[in-house]
Design a protein around this ligand. Structure first.
Ligand code: HGY
Ligand code: MN
Ligand code: MN
Length: 415
């Protein structure tokens, strides 16, 4: 079966409609996991699915599935999709593009009166970002059996919300979605996503054929010292956790990072307790997001972080507590699925290159249970996790065309 045309116009309108859910004044979206905005986006997708006669399911971690049957419904479904949750000041394409392009693929097949061999299911994974509730990729991790959602029930969000409460509210908000148990056999998974980096745009390439994902580790560092008076406490008498924290971060950025061009370190959050202008803090906490394509280097960087924390704390008479909030080892995708995507890109005359993803994705956990790979499209200046995130309509169209083309082949060829 050759792929029918996707309706680029309709997809663009869908992207705009979803961008209005959680829209921020600067043109981005704030649609954090399991929030009212996330629930609104899930509802809209469910209503679009019901209007098409597709069936809708939800599993216990609120992963949302939209199913269109195939010629042989006894076969495990091919999953295509991404996520609908966003960063607090996120862009309108991160996650939404892959989810809505997957839905467009189902619509295009239906409009053309074509039926895939295996059934196809569009999936919106719960809490890919991990920003409100850590860790990220919760839905796909649980689906792949790599984590037990019961361990997350007592989590509190960055906004103080209860994970259990927000999950229950999200599940209850979609009674139309038939409940489904966690995990199921899947014939394959393809995810379309923006690159969130500059290389495709710089090299003038239409798409990226993603062969794997680098590793990610999130640490929460809490430095404890002694609270004191800002005016009366001479410096030598202080045990100031902020001085230790600044020493740690300076040493990491000045010595550890420059020694390894493939390493990435980000401090996205820092807080002091009690947070009073005129009191030496009792404690300082900060997040560390560490990335590397190599698992051994990731472990080595974490060991360096721990050694530097010990050393800087000793100098300041402070102590450090380091908790691992997320540990996602690097992974590689299935050659069979990579090949399906690459040959489909050639068939569509879309210039492409193979590449590893700098961002983590739900696809990494799906790759543990089914042949999986990803498609990237360029985004302007490689900007993402930023309200200015933008994708040219031509790239939206190319990514969706390639997703549909590869989906039809995978739904036929994968067992
Ligand atoms: O942080 C990440 O890599 C993903 O974009 N959430
Ligand atoms: Mn994403
Ligand atoms: Mn993201």
């Amino acid at each position: 079966m050759t792929a029918p045309a996707i309706n680029a116009e309709r997809l663009q309108q869908r992207l705009e409609a979803f961008a209005r859910i959680g829209a921020t004044p600067a043109g981005g979206v704030n649609r954090q996991a399991l929030s009212a905005e996330d629930r609104a986006a899930r509802r809209l997708l469910t209503e679009l699915a019901q209007a098409r006669g597709f069936s809708v399911f939800q599993d216990p971690i609120a992963n949302l599935f939209i199913r269109r049957g195939g010629h042989d419904d006894s076969r495990p479904p091919l999953l295509i999709g991404s996520h609908l949750d966003s960063q607090p000041t996120g862009g309108r394409y991160d996650g939404a593009l892959g989810t809505l392009a997957a839905f467009e693929a189902l619509e295009a097949l239906q409009d053309a009166g074509l039926t895939s061999e295996a059934p196809i299911e569009v999936v919106a994974w719960t809490n890919e970002e991990g920003s409100r509730f850590a860790p990220g990729v919760m839905g796909s991790m649980a689906f792949a059996g790599a984590a037990d959602p019961a361990t997350w029930q007592s989590l509190t969000g960055s906004d103080g919300a209860s994970f259990a409460h927000e999950l229950a509210a999200t599940l209850a908000a979609l009674p139309e979605a038939a409940p489904r148990s966690l995990g199921m056999p899947v014939s394959g998974y393809i995810e379309l996503h923006i690159e969130q980096g500059p290389s495709l745009e710089k090299e003038g390439l239409a798409v990226g054929v993603v062969t794997g994902v680098q590793g990610t580790r999130w640490l929460k560092v809490t430095i404890s010292g002694e609270a004191g008076h800002a005016g009366t406490t001479p410096l030598p008498y202080r045990r100031d956790p902020m001085v230790a924290a600044v020493g740690i971060l300076h040493q990491l950025q000045a010595s550890v990072m420059p020694s390894d061009a493939d390493a990435r370190l980000t401090v996205g959050r820092i807080a002091t307790i009690p947070g009073s202008v005129n009191a030496i803090p009792k404690a300082v906490s900060f997040s560390l997001d560490i990335r590397h394509p190599s698992a051994s280097r990731l472990a080595a960087i974490e060991a360096e972080v721990r050694a530097i924390c010990r050393d800087q704390c000793e100098r300041q008479g402070c102590s450090a507590e380091i908790a691992t909030a997320f540990d996602m080892p690097p992974g590689t995708f299935a050659p069979a699925m990579i090949d399906i995507i690459e040959t489909a890109a050639d068939r569509l005359f879309l210039s492409s290159k193979k590449m590893v993803s700098g961002a983590f994705h739900d696809a990494l956990f799906l790759s543990k249970v089914a042949p999986t790979a990803m498609i990237f499209v360029p985004c302007r200046d490689g900007i993402s996790h930023n309200e200015a995130e933008y994708v040219e309509p031509a790239s939206v169209r190319d990514g969706a065309r390639l997703l549909l083309e590869a989906t039809i082949v995978a739904a036929k060829e994968l067992p």
